[in-house]
Design a binder for this molecule. Structure first.
Ligand code: ADP
Ligand code: ADP
Length: 220
């Protein structure tokens, strides 16, 4: 099943406690907003979910299994992390073609995600010349390539202009409407309150509030 389940994650970097019992679930068909100040542990949690970082304790399951590179995962996961690896000398389209090839996908799928991410007019330009907003769009296009049932986007609105922010909101809503499980982080509640179905609010490496947005509005 397309879920992310995080339970009791703990992680330290030297004397810094990055994760202090982080636990939450991301359900299919919902946008789950992951909100908290810088340093709260959002990126570290996402890196642990992806298997890029190891937790000291706890578990992170994607579709019921750890998401590791060693075994083929049961459930595909598309991710946009902070500095998603870009090859600056390639055009955006060639970058996506290269990623698609490594996943056994062809040019047709690349052109679909270029369209979906609003990159058509710049697809043949060098990715290295892109603005931050265009790099975010390219990172999102890359995350969408494999048509994953689970998506995880770390601060996707970074660098986007107002038009881009409207676009990302619509994209997140349509991905959830298609039944995908979507986890999206921001340090700004205002960015997520109109987009998310569910909010996981974090501070100092743990969850401080975990609530449906409808419940939150009803309580206000
Ligand atoms: P957020 O994504 O919410 O801004 P992070 O997960 O990036 O938070 O960081 C959580 C804490 O862990 C911060 O105090 C940060 O400085 C620290 N941290 C994260 N990654 C590392 C690292 N590679 N080495 C040392 N400290 C780190
Ligand atoms: P974010 O707020 O999105 O997590 P950061 O700037 O905190 O972005 O982190 C960017 C990268 O730097 C991440 O890979 C993170 O693990 C690493 N990092 C964050 N804090 C530290 C730190 N104190 N020492 C070393 N690496 C860090």
């Amino acid at each position: 099943q397309a879920t992310i389940e995080v339970a009791g994650l703990r992680k330290r970097f030297g004397r810094t406690v990055a994760l202090d019992g982080m636990s939450f679930t991301v359900k299919p068909g919902q946008v789950t907003g992951f909100v908290g100040p810088n340093g709260a542990g959002k990126s570290t949690t996402m890196r642990v979910i992806l298997g890029l970082d190891a937790a000291d304790e706890g578990s992170a399951l994607v579709g019921g299994r750890p998401y590791t590179g060693f075994r083929r995962p049961l459930c595909r996961l598309g991710a946009l992390l902070d500095a998603s690896a870009l090859q600056p000398s390639r055009t955006a389209r060639n970058h996506l073609l290269w990623l698609a090839h490594s996943q056994g996908l062809g040019a047709r799928r690349v052109d679909e995600v270029i369209e979906q991410s609003g990159l058509r007019s710049v697809a043949r330009r060098r990715a290295g010349d892109f603005s931050l907003g265009m790099r975010q769009r390219l990172g999102i296009a890359a995350a969408l390539l494999g048509d994953p049932p689970v998506l995880m986007l770390d601060e996707p609105s970074n660098g986007l202009d107002p038009e881009g922010i409207v676009w990302i909101r619509g994209l997140l809503r349509s991905l959830a409407a298609e039944g995908r499980a979507v986890l999206v982080s921001s340090h700004l509640m205002s960015e997520l309150q109109d987009t998310a179905d569910h909010l996981v609010v974090v501070g100092r490496g743990r969850v401080v509030a975990d609530t449906g947005v409808a419940d939150l509005i009803a309580a206000a």
